[in-house]
Ligand binder design. Structure first.
Ligand SMILES: CC(C)(COP(=O)(O)OP(=O)(O)OC[C@H]1O[C@@H](n2cnc3c(N)ncnc32)[C@H](O)[C@@H]1OP(=O)(O)O)[C@@H](O)C(=O)NCCC(=O)NCCS
Length: 147
């Protein structure tokens, strides 16, 4: 069993302009939502009179997660690999699957922590990948050739 202390092994931050998100949804319709968000996320957000702030914050959480694992939207990573859920208190947490879960684990990650915010104009999310870097060094295949 790995008893090393937990540390931050990845960090991601993302900021979304609500007007740009709204325009993308209007232009591309509900297929845009279906590509990005899980059924659970759509159900939660579409209950709102204006779902755009909640949807944008969840969009930001996905991008912040992609940054925390260091890939962006590459290496087989998909939007719906990251799902934002809420505890009964309202506190958000992430459920990850697919390549996101695999890459997070390969970095020594054991859990992700997320924080969301939204205002009249913007939404933002911060994500931390917690784990044990020493137990699982940064994998070679995540280092770009030019670095
Ligand atoms: C990194 C990513 C997740 C977000 O990029 P973005 O939203 O376009 O840009 P942001 O301004 O939020 O972030 C840019 C910063 O991300 C950081 N970044 C870039 N690649 C990164 C990576 N692989 N891992 C972690 N951080 C990264 C950089 O610091 C960059 O700033 P810099 O160029 O000044 O150094 C991007 O890789 C991505 O895949 N975005 C998907 C965007 C998309 O498809 N949008 C269409 C909507 S359907």
């Amino acid at each position: 069993m790995n008893t090393d202390p937990e540390t931050v092994v990845g960090l991601g931050l993302d900021l979304i302009e609500l007007a740009r998100f709204r325009a993308a949804w209007q232009r591309r319709g509900d297929r845009f939502l279906e590509r990005i968000f899980t059924e659970h996320e759509r159900r939660v957000c579409l209950r709102r009179r204006d779902p755009v702030p909640e949807l944008s914050a969840r969009f930001a959480a996905k991008e912040a997660t992609f940054k925390a694992i260091g890939t962006g939207l590459r290496r087989g990573v998909r939007w719906r690999d990251v799902e934002v859920r809420n505890a009964p208190s309202g506190r958000p947490y992430l459920h990850v699957s697919g390549r996101v879960a695999e890459i997070a684990r390969s970095l020594g990650g054991r859990r992700l922590i997320v924080s969301l915010t939204h205002s009249a104009d913007t939404a933002a999310a911060q994500v931390m990948l917690m784990g044990n870097a020493g137990a699982s060094p940064w994998p070679e295949d995540l280092i770009d050739e030019e670095t």
